[in-house]
Ligand binder design. Structure first.
Ligand SMILES: C[S@@+](CC[C@H](N)C(=O)[O-])C[C@H]1O[C@@H](n2cnc3c(N)ncnc32)[C@H](O)[C@@H]1O
Ligand SMILES: [Zn+2]
Length: 309
């Protein structure tokens, strides 16, 4: 934390000398910390950031942190660090993230969460982590890094688990991680940068990808005219530069109230149509199919790290 003249930051420094120490050590710049509650949350998030810092790298020049070339990074008061590297990148809006949090916290995708839950004792990384709902279950006894481009999502991810650090980045521009550091990479309904995932996985490390099948939410797609699942998803998975270890299909039944359906529409790619969606004629609750593919890939060498092991 570079010394700041804001009174709020000086309160934080008095409450905990270590908070100041962490930020100075990593060359990160903490923004204002507004309240005692904020201090507690930021302290927890800063501890996770401190723990994972040696696995991160500068998005501008690839240096370990603190960057030897003097690039500095903001730590938001909500506890995530921005390693976007000066680019403009779009992510889910606050409304989409709030809808996602409401939908997930109702437990509708719990079967997916259980399927990716694990006992990793090293580093688990999630791309496009959103609220880190899945990463929090996969982190096991180790640490997690939630990568996302959405600030509202990162704010929640930073609170998802005491050992999860939230990092803003554009996964298409490269992952702000050192080579060969991740035991597990998770990608659930999110953008996938295969070359970069292969670079950051340890030898023997595992990538778990969750994608919707063409049956996923089929009743809602038919009734509400939602976007179809990309038919080339499976083909694109096969082009990842890793060994394909297994393919599993997970089907589960959902009973969704109209509020659940509104959240489901609002949290995804159909969000901008949400106002136009009519639920007339849809039973409340509605019986809906959940159906995803879970694919495991492995980086060559080392021991296999498998969630659920
Ligand atoms: C469909 S959501 C999935 C979120 C989470 N995996 C889940 O299933 O709850 C996709 C996520 O990817 C993020 N995202 C989109 N483009 C991104 C990019 N270029 N870099 C990083 N994150 C991105 C969005 O902000 C959003 O949180
Ligand atoms: Zn740098």
């Amino acid at each position: 934390m570079r010394a700041s003249s804001t009174p709020c930051v000086s309160v934080a420094a008095r409450v905990s000398q270590s908070t100041t120490h962490i930020a100075v050590f990593f060359g990160w710049e903490a923004r204002s910390i507004p309240s005692v509650v904020g201090i507690a949350l930021s302290w927890r998030a800063m501890s996770a950031l401190e723990a994972v810092a040696s696995w991160l790298r500068c998005p501008n020049c690839g240096s370990s942190l603190p960057c030897v070339n003097g690039h500095r990074f903001d730590v938001a008061r909500q506890g995530y660090v921005s390693l976007v590297g000066g680019r403009t990148v779009r992510g889910d809006t606050a409304e989409m993230v709030a809808a996602r949090e409401a939908f997930l916290s109702a437990g509708h995708f719990e079967p997916i969460r259980r399927a990716v839950a694990g006992s990793t004792d090293g580093l688990a990384v999630e791309l496009g982590a959103g609220t880190a709902y899945y990463l929090a279950a996969a982190v096991g006894d180790g640490y997690g890094i939630a990568l996302d481009s959405s600030k509202p999502a990162l704010k929640r991810a930073a609170r998802a688990h005491p050992r999860i650090a939230a990092v803003a980045c554009d996964v298409w521009a490269g992952l702000p991680l050192q080579d060969g550091v991740a035991d597990l990479v998770l990608d659930v309904f999110a953008p996938r940068n295969g070359e970069e995932i292969a670079r950051v996985l340890k030898p023997g490390g595992t990538l778990v990808v969750v994608t919707p099948t063409d049956e996923h939410l089929k009743e809602l797609r038919a009734t509400l005219g939602l976007l179809d699942v990309d038919p080339r998803k499976a083909e694109r998975l096969q082009s990842l530069p890793l060994a394909h270890m297994s393919h599993q299909r997970l089907d589960f039944a959902l009973a969704l109230s109209h509020d659940d359906v509104r959240n489901l529409v609002a949290m995804g790619p159909n969000a901008h149509h949400v106002g136009e969606v009519s639920l007339d004629g849809l039973p409340d609750p509605a019986a809906v199919t959940g159906s995803v593919a879970i694919d495991h890939f492995r980086q060559a060498g080392g021991e296999v790290v498998r969630p659920g092991a």
